[in-house]
Design a protein around this ligand. Structure first.
Ligand code: SAM
Length: 233
């Protein structure tokens, strides 16, 4: 899998999430914010592409931290870290469970976050699990509720909000828990054609305000927003 920004060719193993445009957007946004020589956690690392790319682009010498709920993802990240000679620590586990007593300057998280009904009919989650709940917010909200305990003073989180989840619910938790909230990147994508046959399901979720997509001249589109937020004092 080639990352468009720095041409990094990472390996993607069976049962591991195949990086998407959202991964690239998160990398692009993060590298504009993250300062070198800081501690970074890539939470929901998949094959490690986000943390590894940031580390390479920003020339980070410090250890980069990775975690994922999936054993295959952790093994794949290890393989890629060794391939790209990254100084790494990888732990398997749910959200912050593996990181008791750790603190980071930046937490970059692309943890699974689309509505389960959408994930089931999408090409992205055929070999790995989404398990983000009916409205796609379960993992992100847990992440937002706990992140401040794992951040250093003035620590920053960077994460995507995809319109195939209940964005409003996520943003309302973000506003309660964090300061200095900024929408730093946004991109609209065509919905994969293979999902058009499930249009009735998608319309039903949209009518319930669980997801949002647009129909522009017969092309269905959804979007990714990348958010920056800072730990409250
Ligand atoms: C959208 S993929 C992103 C993977 C990678 N960061 C990328 O951009 O390609 C989401 C990742 O979150 C992981 N994940 C799902 N639920 C999780 C949880 N509760 N805790 C930690 N990781 C989780 C999945 O195994 C998957 O690797």
């Amino acid at each position: 899998m080639r990352n468009k920004l720095n041409n990094l060719k990472t390996l993607v193993n069976k049962n591991v999430f195949v990086p998407t445009g959202t991964s690239d957007l998160l990398i692009d946004a993060s590298t504009k914010i993250i300062k070198s020589n800081k501690t970074i956690l890539d939470l929901g690392c998949g094959n490690g592409i986000v943390g590894i790319s940031i580390s390479k682009i920003k020339k980070i010498k410090k250890k980069v931290y990775f975690s994922d709920i999936s054993n295959s993802a952790c093994k794949n990240t290890k393989q890629n870290c060794e391939k790209f000679k990254i100084n790494y620590e990888i732990k398997k586990g749910k959200i912050f469970n593996p990181w008791k007593n750790y603190k980071f300057d930046y937490i970059v998280s692309d943890v699974a976050a689309i509505a389960d009904g959408v994930a089931k009919v999408s090409p992205w989650y055929q070999n790995c699990t989404n398990n983000a709940g009916i409205d796609g917010t379960k993992n992100v909200i847990k992440f937002l509720n706990e992140a401040r305990f794992y951040l250093n003073k003035k620590g920053i989180i960077l994460f995507p909000v995809i319109s195939l989840s209940n964005e409003k619910k996520i943003i309302s938790v973000l506003k309660k828990k964090f300061d200095n909230i900024k929408l730093i990147k946004t991109k609209t994508w065509p919905l994969p054609k293979s999902m058009y046959k499930n249009i009735n399901l998608l319309k039903k979720l949209k009518s319930k305000k669980i997801i949002c997509f647009e129909n522009k001249y017969g092309i269905l589109t959804f979007k990714t927003d990348i958010y920056h937020a800072q730990k409250k004092n």
